[in-house]
Ligand binder design. Structure first.
Ligand code: 8IG
Length: 268
């Protein structure tokens, strides 16, 4: 039945369903929690309610175990309503680009004016070890896909809001900035693809975020992108990273990530 809706109508329907369910007039902001970010988001403000994404129009359960699949509404200390999406639909799931950006469009339709897109990714700078958060300064979309339909010319000169990046730097002055390269996945890069990403001007490699940023800019949302480097890109480290080491680095980064999100919520 939902296939008969245009993406925008479906987002409006999901937004209305969400706002009605929790008796909230509108959202102020949305945060998409990528790999390694869920723990950091716990305890930020007062929970209004939580819903399985699959219960809202147009969403389906993420296929990756541990990628969540819930939406939590939170009232922040300065009385803003924030929607935390834990679990996103990835491009590699093959459900189409509209499904990938449905959360961002739903947030915009529900009145949000800013979105914080987080992810876990591979790092191309050896100085950024596992556990380093990096602000997105720009992106390179290597998926050859777009959420835009027809002749929709969206300016991406400052896709990642300089204003929001300044706020993030106020909270955590040491945060580096980098260019995020989205590969389609689901396979990780070869070492040659990692070298290519570096030559193209990339600093981070991942499988999300850029399509959501494009849809967010189309919807007029301010975007802040933050990556958590969980591993070095293939071929950069002489020794393959051990999975337990990666998990441990993510866990160790949690207080810094939480401090960053808390400081942002105070300022957004
Ligand atoms: I976590 O090294 C994570 N996600 N493309 N490459 C890509 N995505 C990732 C990586 C990585 N690590």
């Amino acid at each position: 039945m939902t296939e008969t809706y245009e993406p925008q109508q479906l987002a409006e329907l999901a937004a209305k369903t969400l706002l009605t369910r929790f008796d909230v007039a509108n959202l102020d902001l949305a945060l998409v929690l990528g790999s390694g970010w869920s723990g950091a988001s716990i305890g930020l403000g007062e929970t209004i309610g939580e819903v399985e994404l699959a219960e809202l129009p147009g969403f389906a359960k993420p296929v990756v175990a541990g990628h969540g699949g819930t939406l939590r509404l939170v009232r922040t200390a300065n009385h803003k309503v924030a929607a935390f999406f834990s679990g996103r639909t990835h491009y590699y799931e093959g459900r189409g680009v509209a499904a990938v950006v449905h959360g961002v469009r739903t947030a915009a339709a529900a009145g949000a004016t800013a979105v914080v897109l987080t992810n876990g990714c591979g790092g191309l700078n050896p100085a950024w070890g596992p556990g380093t958060p990096v602000l997105l300064r720009d992106h390179i979309n290597l998926t050859a896909a777009t959420p835009l339909a027809g002749a929709t010319f969206i300016d991406l000169t400052q896709a990642y809001s300089p204003r929001l990046r300044d706020l993030a730097h106020e909270v955590d002055p040491e945060l580096p900035e980098g260019v995020y390269v989205q590969f389609p996945g689901p396979q990780y890069e070869t070492p040659a693809e990692v070298r290519m990403a570096k030559i193209l001007g990339g600093d981070l490699v991942g499988m999300s975020t850029t399509l959501e940023t494009i849809a967010a800019r189309e919807a007029g949302l301010e975007v802040l992108g933050i990556s958590l480097v969980t591993n070095l890109g293939a071929g950069i480290s002489p020794t393959p990273l051990d999975h337990a080491e990666v998990i441990a680095a993510g866990k160790a980064a949690e207080p810094r990530l939480r401090g960053l999100l808390a400081g942002l919520l105070e300022r957004l």
